[in-house]
Design a protein around this ligand. Structure first.
Ligand SMILES: C[S@@+](CC[C@H](N)C(=O)[O-])C[C@H]1O[C@@H](n2cnc3c(N)ncnc32)[C@H](O)[C@@H]1O
Length: 201
């Protein structure tokens, strides 16, 4: 089953543990502490839009994209409730160029980590770089393979998996071991990786 089909099925079945109904604290912390200024932003695999909506509330001009129709409909509904200006588009990031590029900031929580091979992740990273302006930033929240677990959870990647996949397109500014924002008592561990597009990329 493709990644696209996998997620579509899970949204239809309501099996979406990543959907916590609020922005992930790692996004809030990074944007705040690293003083990332409002700009055009792309939320890749935005799901039901909580992170896009938070960025819009902070004056970023956000486009959220996702392959799941269910998720995009919910994101549009949520944005209209909160009265923010935020655009959501149903589109596959791997096979399309988002017309509104270049962006100053790209964000993904749980989309990049879904790709199983280093080749697919490299394509994803190259595509993120192609959507960013000079010195554009990418913040990715990724399942952390340092967590030993014997129950289901997000895909897990090592620090080396991340670095090998984003080189040579990105310079890693920080790679922090954290956990996913969650409503559960034992949230899965995560990597919070902030990167800057290299000049030649
Ligand atoms: C783990 S979910 C996270 C959703 C959201 N970022 C959040 O934090 O709630 C991963 C999301 O990526 C989307 N996705 C996976 N592959 C994609 C692709 N190639 N293009 C766009 N969206 C994709 C899925 O449909 C799903 O909504």
């Amino acid at each position: 089953m493709s990644t696209e089909e996998h997620y579509k099925k899970r949204y239809k079945a309501g099996d979406t543990p990543w959907d916590i109904g609020k922005p992930d604290f790692n996004l809030i912390q990074t944007v705040t502490t690293m003083a990332i200024m409002p700009c055009k932003a792309l939320d890749i695999g935005c799901g039901t839009g909580d992170n896009s909506i938070w960025l819009s509330q902070k004056s970023f001009a956000v486009i959220g994209i996702d392959t799941s129709e269910t998720a995009i409909h919910k994101a549009i509904e949520e944005a209209s409730k909160t009265n923010v200006k935020c655009t959501f588009i149903m589109i596959d990031f791997l096979t399309n160029k988002i017309e509104e590029a270049p962006f100053g900031f790209a964000f993904d929580r749980g989309c990049f980590h879904s790709l199983n091979s280093v080749e697919e992740r490299k394509c994803f990273a190259e595509n993120v770089a192609a959507h960013l302006e000079k010195d554009g930033l990418w913040l990715s929240i990724v399942g952390n393979a340092d967590e030993q677990r014997n129950y289901p959870g997000p895909p897990q990647r090592t620090a080396k998996d991340i670095v090998n996949s984003v080189e040579p397109y990105f310079e890693v500014l920080s790679l922090v071991s954290s956990h996913f924002g969650s409503n559960r008592p034992n949230p899965p561990r995560a990597w919070v990786c902030l990167m800057r597009k290299r000049h030649f990329a």
